[in-house]
Design a protein around this ligand. Sequence first.
Ligand SMILES: Cc1cc2nc3c(=O)[nH]c(=O)nc-3n(C[C@H](O)[C@H](O)[C@H](O)COP(=O)(O)OP(=O)(O)OC[C@H]3O[C@@H](n4cnc5c(N)ncnc54)[C@H](O)[C@@H]3O)c2cc1C
Length: 301
Amino acid sequence: MTLSADQQAEIDALRAETHQTLRATVPGMEAHLYKAYPVLDHGFVRVVDYMGDDSAICQAARVSYGRGTKSVQNDEGLIRYLMRHWHSTPFEMCELKLHVKLPVFVARQWIRHRTANVNEYSARYSILDREFYIPGPEHLAAQSVVNNQGRGEALTGEEAARVLEYLKADSARAYDHYEEMISDEGQQGLARELARMNLPANIYTQWYWKVDLHNLLHFLRLRADSHAQYEIRVYAEEICKLVADWVPFAYKAFEDYRLGAVTLSSQMVDCLRRMLKGEEVTEENCGMSKREWREFMATIE
Ligand SMILES: Cc1cc2nc3c(=O)[nH]c(=O)nc-3n(C[C@H](O)[C@H](O)[C@H](O)COP(=O)(O)OP(=O)(O)OC[C@H]3O[C@@H](n4cnc5c(N)ncnc54)[C@H](O)[C@@H]3O)c2cc1C
C-alpha cells in the first residue's frame, strides 16, 4: 500500500481533530476512523464515516424514544432474534462509508452489489497511478480441475516465472503507452478518457462506498465466503474485522446465523431425519441429484 506523505498528513490531521457530539459513537470504530488498512499489494480499506451502533438496531426494532437499550443482555438477545428471523430493516439503520483502493477486476465484482452508494475516482479527469496488482507466487494458481469458477495449486517453476514476467511486463508496457499518449509534449495528447482504455484490469482504482449494515452483511456473506475469489475475499475479511469492532453483537449474530450457518433443502432435512432414525441413506435412495448429495455430505461430515 502506498500513501503519499500528503495523504498520510491529511489522515493524521483528521485523526488529531475531535468534535463533541450528541450522536452515538463506538470506541472500537473511532480507533479505526480514517486509517488505511492494507489489502493486496497496493490496495486499502479505510473507514471515512459511520452511523449507528448495536443499540441503534434495538432502538429501531423497538421504535424507541430513547437509546432503545433495556439491558446489554436484552440488546444482544434481540439482535440475535432479529438476525435469526430475517427481520432485516433494523440493521438498515446503521451505515458505513468506506474509501477503498482496489484493482479494476475486483471492482467489477464488487460493483454488482447494487444496494450501495458509490463514487469512483475519475480517470476522465485524473491520471491513473502506475500501480498494478501482481499476485504473490502463492496466489499465482492454475485453473481448478473440479470447479470451473476457481483456482487450484500454485504454478511452479519456469511457468510461474514466465507468467509473473508477462503480468509485470504487459502492465508496464501498457502504462508506458498510456503516459505517452496523454503527454502534450510536442503533440496534442490524447484525452485521458480515451487513453485509459489501453490499461489492463489489474490497474488500481479507488472509490467511496457507502452501504447500510443489512446490505453490508449480505456483501460479506457472499464475498468473505471461501467460494469468493481470493482477491475480493481479502477485502471482505478486512471489512469483517471493522464490523466486529463497530457492532459486536450484530457481527457475532451474523457469524453464527449467516457466515457459519448452512441451508438445508427439504430433501436434505428429510435425509437427516431418516439418518437420525438409523436408516441407511445413500446417494441412490436420497432423492437428490448427485451434486446435491455431495454437497449435503460435505456439510454434515
Ligand atoms: C461466488 C460468486 C460467483 C458469482 N458468479 C457470477 C457470474 O458468473 N456472473 C455474474 O454475472 N455474476 C456473478 N456473481 C454475482 C452475483 O450474481 C450477484 O450479482 C452479486 O453477488 C450481487 O448480489 P446481490 O444482487 O444479491 O446484491 P445487491 O445488488 O446488493 O442486492 C441485494 C439484494 O437486493 C435485491 N435487489 C437488488 N437489486 C434488485 C433488482 N434490480 N431487482 C430485484 N431485486 C433486487 C435482491 O434481493 C438482492 O439479493 C457471483 C457472485 C458470487 C458471490
